[in-house]
Design a protein around this ligand. Sequence first.
Ligand code: NAD
Length: 270
Amino acid sequence: MTTDTQKIKVAVCGACGRMGQEVIKAVNNQKDMELVAAIDISNAGKDIGEITENKACGVVIEDSLKDALLKSRADVIVDFTSPDIIFNNAKIALECGVSPVIGTTGLSDGQVKELEKLSKEKNISALIAPNFTTGAVLMMMFAQTAAKYFDNAEIIELHHNKKKDAPSGTAIKTAQMMAKNKSNFASGNVPEIELIKGARGGVSESDIHIHSVRMPGYMASQEVMFGSLGQVLTIRHDSVDRSCYMPGVVMAIRYVTSNNEFVYGLENIL
Ligand SMILES: NC(=O)c1ccc[n+]([C@@H]2O[C@H](COP(=O)([O-])OP(=O)(O)OC[C@H]3O[C@@H](n4cnc5c(N)ncnc54)[C@H](O)[C@@H]3O)[C@@H](O)[C@H]2O)c1
């Protein structure tokens, strides 16, 4: 049983962002967790509670991740910041002995491998999930299963137009999972000529073409299309509200505090 004195100490980086604010509300709603630090390059010096819930909570926003982690003695740092800084943030967390739970997308395969190595060297658990939504993770798992039965597949991912990286981490991860079951998903395609560069999307593992749509109105959606002679199967998931990510984030925080592992993908802890 977790008692008050054993609460999981959680720090949030990117605290003032869309996802960071949701994480803070979710952490505050857990009896076994305590928000101990909020880090963001904007609003430093302000009380984070005034931003998330219009009520001061005593946690002041800091702009130095390292200082905040050392001072707060956090157990876990949840990061939803930006693709250009996430690798460095994750390294700082591991160097400080704090388990990172990473939602920020944009890490390359090589960077994930490097973080896995560092996590093992330091004996600090870490979890990276390109998608924390249980429904989206199931969509990826179903796509991996369907991949065994179809020779052709393409992915269309649709996001709001404030998303910086493309394709989405979810699309990349889906392609990687499907590629475990087949080495070529462009079976029978003729040699192609793109009249407009990029018309056929980006080519990922096993020749899976990924198409990224960015426009207001969408939050995060993905379709995985499978084709074979005479039939098309579409597996689709839509996130309509950011609260959909929180059960997965809370599960990940608990997981890294009770298991000493490096985990890539929420499907591995469901
Ligand atoms: N894994 C998932 O399930 C999932 C879900 C949604 C979004 N995301 C990803 O999470 C990331 C953030 O998304 P968002 O919509 O919250 O973005 P956002 O732009 O609303 O928020 C990002 C926040 O990070 C802060 N920030 C930027 N650089 C920083 C730094 N060096 N140090 C501290 N704070 C810094 C910004 O000031 C901002 O408040 C993106 O990469 C997005 O793709 C992942």
